[in-house]
Design a protein around this ligand. Sequence first.
Ligand code: 5GP
Ligand code: ZN
Length: 132
Amino acid sequence: MCIFCKIIKGEIPNHTLYEDDQVIAFLDISQVTKGHTLVVPKTHYDNFLTCDDETLAHLMKVTKKLANRIVDKTQAKGVNILSNTGEHAGQTVMHFHVHIIPRYDENDACIIQFNQSETQDLQTLASNIKIK
Ligand code: 5GP
Ligand code: ZN
């Protein structure tokens, strides 16, 4: 059983901020910034891409509500909402979760950087990916 399933079953202690029949949210054990929180479906899905649509929709509503509350209570100036999906994207716990990372200033401990890479043929790329 994965570590988040153990938390959901109550086998590992956590600091719960919200819970209902589908979702639990608790403080991340390593606080990247103060208030760093994980929102987790109670059913085990490996990641965002495989999560059931209804559960995902509900989880995102909870994420919005909680992110507003966290920003309010921590006086954060911004917030990153993200889900690492797959090992190559930095996912370390293979149970779908959304991170809420409050941001205080550009020098806080959360570094998300978009670097310029090779130029792409946007026309070809778009026609390949576009959902018609
Ligand atoms: P990922 O790297 O998969 O996007 O994020 C996994 C997150 O889970 C990490 O930020 C890590 O600190 C957190 N985490 C791992 N084990 C535990 C735990 O036992 N309790 C809590 N509260 N967080 C955990
Ligand atoms: Zn799990």
